[in-house]
Design a protein around this ligand. Structure first.
Ligand code: FES
Length: 151
């Protein structure tokens, strides 16, 4: 089971404030909190609303709009496999079957639709890193890294 840090408003504020004067800074601020705490929970929404001078409803709307934001932290490491067209054309389906056979039950295998790495598919996201041209053998290595806490 993955252990995530407990909510800490001071740590979260340090993650959010650097984005506060940047146009479009809300998304990277929310992603930063999710990477650190595993999710964007109520405290994160309240803090983002305060720092960006938005209503809680506005921030909540953004968090709800993007499937990538979680309300609770994942219990297992997450492996995201791009199932959009360009990656499907170069074997994403087979890669996903391999991932489920290899690590299903020990890892969350999540479909995503485009990781912005279309020319180098099949693409996979492990931790905060995107990997391209992922063969089944490379996937085995990534799963090993995720399970070892290396990603
Ligand atoms: S289609 Fe897979 S990264 Fe864009």
């Amino acid at each position: 089971m993955t252990v995530w840090p407990k909510w800490d408003a001071a740590v979260a504020r340090d993650l959010v404030v650097p984005h506060s004067n940047i146009p479009g800074g809300l998304l990277p601020a929310l992603h930063g909190m999710q990477e650190h705490f595993g999710c964007v929970a109520q405290g994160a929404i309240d803090l983002a609303a305060d720092v960006f001078n938005l209503s809680r409803a506005e921030v909540y709307g953004v968090v709800n709009f993007y499937d990538d934001f979680r309300k609770t932290p994942p219990e297992m490491p997450v492996l995201k496999i791009c199932m959009a067209e360009a990656c499907q054309a170069v074997g994403a389906e087979g890669l996903k079957r391999h991932a489920v056979d290899l690590a299903g039950g020990r890892m969350e295998i999540e479909d995503v639709f485009c990781l912005g790495n279309c020319a180098c598919g099949p693409s996979v996201m492990a931790g905060s890193s995107v990997y391209g041209r992922v063969s089944p053998e490379r996937l085995d290595t990534l799963v090993g890294l995720l399970e070892g806490g290396g990603e």
